[in-house]
Write a protein of this length. Structure first.
Length: 292
C-alpha cells in the first residue's frame, strides 16, 4: 500500500486527524451560518434538509427548533449503517464531526458579507466543498448522504450519485414551492460549486488507468504492486518507429496513489512512456483503500 501520513507517523496522525475534524467542523458550520443561512440557501444532503425542516416549522408553526436536533436525528440511521459496514473509527470521527458542526451552527453568530446572492451561492459552495473535503481526506464525513454514498459504493458496487441527486432535487422542489424558486435555483449553484471542489480535492474513490511502455516492465510492475496493492497486465508488441519489441503495462489504480507512483516509475526508467486515463466506470475485482 502506498505510504501516507497515517502509515508513516500513526501516533501523530491521530492528533492531526482530530485537529482537522474539529477545524473542518467549525468551518463547515461557519459557512452554513454566514453564507447558506443568511441567504436562505439550502445545501445538498442532510445539512440542507435540516435547514429546510427548520425553516418549514418556523414558517408554519412559529417554533424555532435547533438545527442540532434535526441533523443528529436524521443521521442516526446512516451512522448505524456506517458503524456496521464501513468502519468503526471512520464512524466515530464522523459522529464527532456531525455533533460539533451541528452545535456550532446553532451558536456561531451570523455575519452578512454581501447582499449579492450569486456571490454567496458561489463562494459559500466553494467553502462548503472545501470543509467537506478536509473531513473526507482524514477519514471522516459531515454525515448523511456521504455515509450512504460510501456504503453503496463499497458494499453494493452502486453509484449513489443519481440517487443523491434525486433526493436533492426533491428537496429543492419543496424549498422552491415554499420559499420561492429563486432560492431553489441559487441553491443549485451552491450545490454545484460544492460538488466541484469535492471532486477536485477528494480522490479516494476516483480511479485512473495507466498505460506504461518501458524496457524495465518487470521492475515497474513490482513497484505498482508494492506501492498500490494493485495488479497489472503485460502486453508485448512491436514499436513501429524502432521496429523493436516493446512491453506495455496496463493497470488501474486509485487516483491519489498517482502522486507517489509516477515519480517512482520515473526513477526506475526515466525514458518510460506513461499515459494516464481517467477511469469513469469499472467492473470487476478492485482493491479499495479501507476506511479504518
Amino acid at each position: 500500500m502506498f505510504q501516507t501520513l497515517e502509515s508513516k507517523y500513526p501516533k501523530f496522525y491521530q492528533f492531526f486527524r482530530l485537529f482537522v475534524v474539529v477545524m473542518s467542523s467549525i468551518l463547515f458550520a461557519w459557512n452554513l451560518c454566514c453564507f447558506a443561512k443568511t441567504a436562505n440557501l439550502f445545501p445538498g444532503g442532510f445539512a440542507g434538509l435540516s435547514l429546510l425542516l427548520q425553516e418549514i416549522i418556523f414558517k408554519f408553526l412559529h417554533i424555532k427548533i435547533p438545527y442540532t436536533i434535526f441533523n443528529i436525528v436524521l443521521n442516526l440511521f446512516p451512522i448505524y449503517i456506517a458503524f456496521k459496514y464501513i468502519g468503526k473509527k471512520f464512524t466515530l470521527y464522523s459522529i464527532l464531526t456531525i455533533f460539533l458542526s451541528s452545535i456550532f451552527v446553532d451558536i456561531l453568530p451570523h455575519y452578512i458579507f454581501t447582499q449579492d446572492i450569486l456571490l454567496v451561492s458561489v463562494f459559500g459552495g466553494l467553502i462548503n466543498g472545501f470543509a467537506i473535503s478536509l473531513c473526507l481526506n482524514v477519514g471522516a464525513t459531515t454525515g448523511g448522504t456521504d455515509f450512504i454514498s460510501i456504503f453503496l459504493s463499497q458494499q453494493k458496487g452502486i453509484d449513489a450519485w443519481n440517487y443523491i441527486l434525486l433526493g436533492n432535487a426533491i428537496m429543492l422542489i419543496v424549498a422552491g414551492a415554499l420559499f420561492g424558486w429563486p432560492i431553489a435555483l441559487y441553491s443549485i449553484i451552491y450545490q454545484f460549486c460544492s460538488t466541484q471542489v469535492i471532486q477536485m480535492l477528494y480522490k479516494r474513490y476516483q480511479k485512473e488507468t495507466l498505460f506504461i511502455i518501458s524496457d524495465k516492465s518487470d521492475k515497474i510492475y513490482h513497484a505498482i504492486k508494492e506501492l498500490t496493492n494493485h495488479d497489472a497486465t503485460l502486453f508485448k508488441g512491436i514499436g513501429c518507429y524502432e521496429e523493436k519489441e516493446k512491453t506495455l503495462i496496463y493497470s488501474v489504480i486509485n487516483a491519489e496513489a498517482k502522486r507517489q507512483l509516477i515519480p517512482l516509475i520515473r526513477s526506475i526508467d526515466p525514458h518510460a512512456f506513461i499515459n494516464i486515463v481517467k477511469t469513469e466506470e469499472l467492473s470487476g475485482r478492485f482493491h479499495n483503500i479501507p476506511n479504518d
